[in-house]
Design a protein around this ligand. Sequence first.
Ligand code: SF4
Length: 237
Amino acid sequence: MTTQSTDGPTRTAATSAAPWVPRGADLPTLAAAAASCAGCGLHQLADTRTVFGEGPPDARMALVGEQPGDIEDRRGRPFVGPAGKLLDRALHEAGLDRDQLYLTNAVKHFRYRRGAGPRRIHQTPDAAHVRACRPWLAAELNLIRPAIVVILGATAGQAIIGPSFRVTRMRGQLLPGPPGSGAQLLATLHPSAVLRVDPPGRDAAFAGLVADLAKAATALAAVTAQEPPSTTSPTSA
Ligand code: SF4
């Protein structure tokens, strides 16, 4: 692997993924097109790839995180690293089946900086990266039309709700999606934030994540019983 910083070009080159997003495409076609996206400078990072969302195209709940981590980037799948394993446990405790959910990220490339040796250290994507990558998220959600979108952490909240989003203030509340979307939003912590809590408080943080996901599960049961499929992406407002 080469050494490469995310400073410099990746801060200034972000524009938009829109030119790479094919119209009228299904999910596999979108995922294939995303593999060659150069919509922002993150595609220039050494040894990374686009990590697209995964899950059934008719999923009634979607979960949106920040960006793939080191392991997700190596494997090319979202939520398969330590945070993904914690999320799997939380989903199970909340009565949700991962196989029935669509999991994706607001930003599809792993932003990192080099640590000692080969270590790649996570860096939070800039607002410009989130903006640039948003057409992929909008395309995914437009196709899936989930009844519930779970927002995992601040970056996903900023991608879906906007810069006013604050996870500490808005978590655990059912929020309306854009008018006409038929979707509801529910924000909670990103599972990696739970992992960062020191052990004395980690159990409580995990329980909070489970409680929020259980609210999403309850809302899903209610919504799918009462509402027709949505017709507009929750990110289209
Ligand atoms: S982060 Fe998103 S917009 Fe940027 S290159 Fe990757 S897929 Fe394209």
